[in-house]
Write a protein that binds this ligand. Structure first.
Ligand code: FAD
Length: 213
């Protein structure tokens, strides 16, 4: 009889939950830990297409992604008055991606993956990996809640500032190459602005306190 294989995944984001879903389907005993207190509802808009489509299809979540997604019709480059200076129909992007394109919020993508996890999967929020020790037989993962897990595989899916990478391979600055960009993303509710923007994405490179859409 084949021995049950055990995996610890650090990070319950897009890659961590996807790995969890596929490995659980293939008979692995899965534990996922994430340092966040729970799934984060905030996030930015992403265009989901390309290499991620195939695994999403295998997980059976494409219909759910369509349900959660937004029907964006076009992308407008706008000036500081909110007037369109250039416009691109999203159908052009969709054609290039053979129709396999969905615009949705990152937390909704995460939600769709979480929904297909087996209900008994060991998913622990508010917990992270604090030490890693490996032998030829297994990996011992120490958790910051004082517990420890023995596994056959540890996956670091904890994002760009991965703690697992640091614990196993060394300090982050040996691996991270800052390219000079920073991103800030937030969501807010404004029904008037939403009505003005409608079914398009507005992009601007203007820096002004007075943007009028
Ligand atoms: C503004 C913006 C727009 C983007 N647009 C697109 C797009 O249009 N299309 C596209 O395909 N991609 C887009 N991306 C990229 C996409 O969001 C990322 O590639 C994707 O989220 C990476 O997934 P991940 O699971 O590797 O990491 P993340 O999604 O970052 O998840 C990491 C998880 O690990 C957890 N974690 C972090 N540190 C620890 C720790 N020490 N211990 C335990 N858990 C930890 C976090 O809480 C999180 O749940 C965009 C990114 C940004 C910032």
């Amino acid at each position: 009889m084949r021995k049950l294989r055990r995996v610890v995944i650090c990070g319950a984001g897009i890659s961590g939950l996807s790995c969890a879903a596929f490995l659980a389907r293939n008979g692995w005993q899965v534990t996922v830990v994430d340092h966040a207190r729970g799934p984060r509802p905030q996030g930015y808009m992403i265009d989901f297409f390309g290499p991620g489509w195939l695994p999403a299809d295998s997980l059976g979540i494409i219909p759910r992604l369509h349900e959660l997604g937004y029907r964006v019709q076009r992308l407008d480059y706008v000036d500081r008055k909110g007037e369109s200076r250039a416009s691109l129909p999203l159908a052009k992007f969709a054609n290039v991606a053979r129709g396999e394109l969905i615009s949705l919020l990152r937390p909704d993508l995460e939600l769709a993956i979480r929904e297909v996890l087996p209900p008994d999967l060991d998913l622990r929020y508010g917990c992270t990996v604090s030490a890693v020790r490996q032998s030829s037989e297994s990996v011992i993962v120490t958790l910051d809640d004082g517990g420890s897990l023995e596994a056959d595989l540890l996956i670091g899916a904890d994002g760009i500032h991965s703690a697992v990478r640091e614990l196993v391979f060394g300090p982050e600055d040996e691996f991270l190459h800052y390219l000079g960009f920073q991103v800030g993303a937030y969501s807010f509710h404004d029904s008037d602005l939403a009505a003005r923007i409608g079914d398009r994405v507005a992009v601007t490179d203007t820096r002004s306190e007075a943007m009028f859409f």
